[in-house]
Ligand binder design. Structure first.
Ligand code: B12
Length: 210
């Protein structure tokens, strides 16, 4: 089994203690951080499919998520670049009712390395918390909303509506997460959408630079 396959298998099994060491070994073998990250993202897809099939349950899903998060910590220095240019402040959070944060954390990492100052509101973030953060922080140029559940996609819509109703301006809104599409993003009035963390950084720069 290749080191990458070992990483995949152990993320799927939720082996949070083993995964960081395996990732270091995979890096030492010369594997690119991006390839290792993609392997872990694929693992989460497998975990999701197993959950849908009723083969595993929430605790196993949580353990896999922990293993991935531990792995991302090792990869982080290899994925981010020191960008001193400032694109302003980005307020990021997972929308109300939703506790998934792995994707949001990856997007945060990539936006930070693209040159944004990040304000992370965490998970289960209400529309009013997003609004308060835009008011309380200087030079907010971007609001990024993540959502992984079809049931909480409506929270994304109401967050955007509330931001518009607040009368605040000077920022763009980008949305993403597994069930979100470009069509849905346009329908709910978001300024932008991206399917993954890498393209989120590109799209965010485009949106803010105009
Ligand atoms: C891990 C996991 C959990 C963990 C989350 C832990 C954590 N800290 O995040 C736990 C165990 C808590 C969990 C709970 C639940 N989960 Co869950 N979970 C997953 C799983 C397996 C992986 C998600 C993940 O991290 N993927 C990896 C990351 C990297 O991918 P990503 O999040 O999609 O992010 C990428 C892009 O989407 C994008 N992106 C993400 N956010 C943003 C934001 C912006 C602005 C942009 C531009 C881009 C962007 O970039 C990211 C990086 O490339 C998925 C399966 C799947 N295939 O997604 C199910 C899944 C999302 N969960 C599901 C369900 C049903 C649940 C529960 C309801 C289960 C239950 N019965 O309790 C609860 C809900 C709890 C809640 N209120 O949120 C379903 C959702 C089904 C649906 N259609 O809504 C899924 C799809 C599993 C399935 N196949 O059934 N879950």
């Amino acid at each position: 089994m290749s080191k990458i396959e070992e990483v995949k298998a152990n993320v799927e099994k939720g082996k949070a203690k083993i995964v960081p060491g395996l990732i270091q070994e995979a890096l030492d073998e010369g594997n690119a951080a991006e390839i290792i990250l993609q392997a872990m993202i694929d693992s989460m897809g497998v975990v999701g499919d197993r959950f849908s099939a009723g083969d595993i349950f929430v605790p196993e899903m949580l353990m896999a998520a922990k293993a991935m998060s531990k792995g991302v910590e090792v990869l982080k220095p290899h994925l981010v670049s020191d960008n001193t240019s400032s694109l302003g402040t980005c307020v990021i959070g997972t929308v109300e009712g939703d506790l998934h944060d792995i994707g949001k954390n990856l997007v945060k990492m990539m936006l930070e390395s693209a040159g944004f100052k990040m304000v992370d509101l965490g998970v289960d973030v209400s529309a009013s918390k997003f609004i308060d953060a835009v008011k309380e922080n200087e030079n907010v140029t971007l609001v990024a909303c993540s959502g992984l559940l079809t049931t909480t996609m409506t929270a994304m819509r109401s967050t955007i509506q509330a931001l518009k109703d607040s009368g605040l301006s000077g920022f763009k809104v980008i949305v993403g997460g597994a069930p979100v599409t470009a069509e849905y993003a346009a329908e709910i009035g978001a300024d932008g959408f991206a399917p993954d963390a890498g393209s989120a950084a590109v799209k965010a720069q485009e949106l803010v630079k105009g």
